[in-house]
Write a protein that binds this ligand. Structure first.
Ligand code: NAD
Length: 421
């Protein structure tokens, strides 16, 4: 079962493969195979009925050789400490592969936010900051949104932090509301980045994105903006699956219409349902994974492309919008089947890249246009894609190992000049 795969072990295996391919001194892997620090907190929340519930949260700080720790905070009933460790490890390399001056961090609270009222959610978010505030700061560790967290929650978190500090420090958190130091282009950034990454990969394998068929898992922040970005490039999104169901239309799903339909359902029922979208038909999960397409984008969560799924997917390129969607066994199968995997640590790095732009704008108190943000994002993504592709060709490794190699070279060099190894 997918849930039984420990993503931290997956992350360590990926790291080891890249360290071995680079023939690095063993100390590098020994330092990088776990976070420098992980804290677990118990967050008491006064519920609307007057009772107290205590939620478990974590902040993992993986490595800060290249700069302050950087990484999102997710709210999930399935969150666990090793998942947070893995996600923080991936963040170190995600930042390094894009050349951002950050290390890696990640946070999570074990909670199903759909079961909380807005007031309970706000008290939980502020309570988490109360407990981790000594560890974070614009030049220490900079959180951001991830699964089930958003700009509104980031706004509460910065407000709580600034109250505790006694002075403004908007750069402590990115992904903030625009009115509170957020950056134009941040909300769409991860999906836009997936769009650029997939476009570059398609060029290499000779796929014309105009009319190309895309199958997409997850229709939250990353999935919906990935769909929009790929549709803008001329692709047809023919199948989408999320926690509410799976929809299919061989001629392409109307993405803007689907976003409105989902928002209306959320406003009316609290559930962001995509199922039963007019003009689409329901298909089974098995049919979804087998759907013939040029590009498959897993944009939901970890461990979705398992060995079984890897055997049946019917695509040429996989663009990983989610963190850790492919298991190591599946990676082997996809390699043998000649499917090009554009790995998460690069493909989903658009969000942290624009988070970096937001942080720079906060520090200089000077704000850029959306066009400037998007142009800089595109340039960073294309340059990094080419570095990874060249590394892959030079060493005859997968794109995933090549991405880790580009990233680890940077982190290893920073650790060497600091005298850590
Ligand atoms: P989100 O909460 O906005 O959306 C998650 C989506 O995935 C929803 O549509 C949900 O229904 C679907 N989903 C969840 N579990 C699923 C399952 N088992 N099967 C099918 N669908 C499922 O989250 P998000 O911010 O879009 O994040 C999605 C992924 O992208 C996560 O792995 C996250 O770590 C990663 N990521 C997010 C960002 C960001 O900026 N938000 C940046 C980089 C990577």
């Amino acid at each position: 079962m997918a849930e039984e795969l420990n993503v931290f072990e997956t992350a360590q295996k990926q790291l080891k493969a890249a360290c071995d391919a680079l023939k690095l001194e063993p100390g590098i892997y020994e330092i990088l195979k776990q976070p420098q620090r992980i804290v677990e907190v118990a967050i008491p929340v006064k519920m609307d009925d007057g009772s107290i519930q205590v939620f478990t949260g974590w902040r993992s700080q993986h490595n800060n050789a290249c700069g302050p720790y950087k990484g999102g905070i997710r709210y999930s009933p399935k969150a666990y400490a090793d998942e947070v460790r893995a996600l923080s490890l991936w963040m170190t390399f995600k930042c390094a592969v894009l050349g951002l001056p950050y290390g890696g961090g990640k946070g999570a609270i074990k909670v199903d936010p759909s079961k909380l009222s807005a007031g309970e959610l706000e008290r939980l978010s502020r309570g988490f900051i109360d407990l981790i505030h000594p560890l974070i700061g614009a030049d220490k560790d900079v959180p951001a949104p991830d699964m089930n967290t958003n700009a509104v929650i980031m706004g509460w978190m910065v407000d709580e932090f600034e109250k505790l500090q006694g002075h403004p420090e908007p750069g402590v958190v990115t992904g903030k509301p625009l009115a509170y130091g957020g950056s134009l282009g941040r909300t769409a950034a991860t999906g836009n980045g997936v769009g650029f990454a997939v476009r570059e990969a398609c060029k290499k394998v000779g796929i014309d994105l105009k009319g190309a068929r895309v199958v997409l898992q997850g229709f939250g922040n990353v999935g919906s903006y990935t769909a929009l970005a790929l549709a803008r490039l001329g692709a047809k999104i023919i199948a989408i699956s999320d926690l509410t169901g799976t929809i299919y239309n061989k001629d392409g799903i109307d993405i803007e219409g689907l976003i409105k339909y989902q928002a209306k359902n959320k406003a009316e029922t609290g559930v962001p349902k995509i199922a039963d979208f007019p003009g689409t038909q329901a298909i089974s999960i098995d049919e979804f994974w087998r759907t013939e397409c040029e590009v498959l984008c897993p944009c939901a969560t970890e461990n979705q492309i398992t060995a079984e799924v890897a055997q049946v997917v019917n695509c040429k390129v996989i663009g990983e919008g989610a963190n850790g969607p492919t298991t190591p066994e599946a990676d082997e199968i996809l390699l043998q089947r000649g499917i090009l995997v554009v790995p998460d640590i690069f493909c989903s790095a658009g969000g942290v890249t624009v988070s970096y732009f937001e942080w720079v704008q906060n520090l200089q108190n000077y704000y850029w246009t959306e066009e400037e943000v998007n142009a800089k994002l595109e340039r960073n993504m294309v340059e990094s894609f080419n570095k990874i592709y060249d590394m892959q060709v030079k060493h005859g490794v997968t794109m995933r190992t090549a991405a880790f190699m580009v990233a680890i070279e940077r982190v290893a060099q920073a650790m060497r000049v600091r005298g850590w190894v």
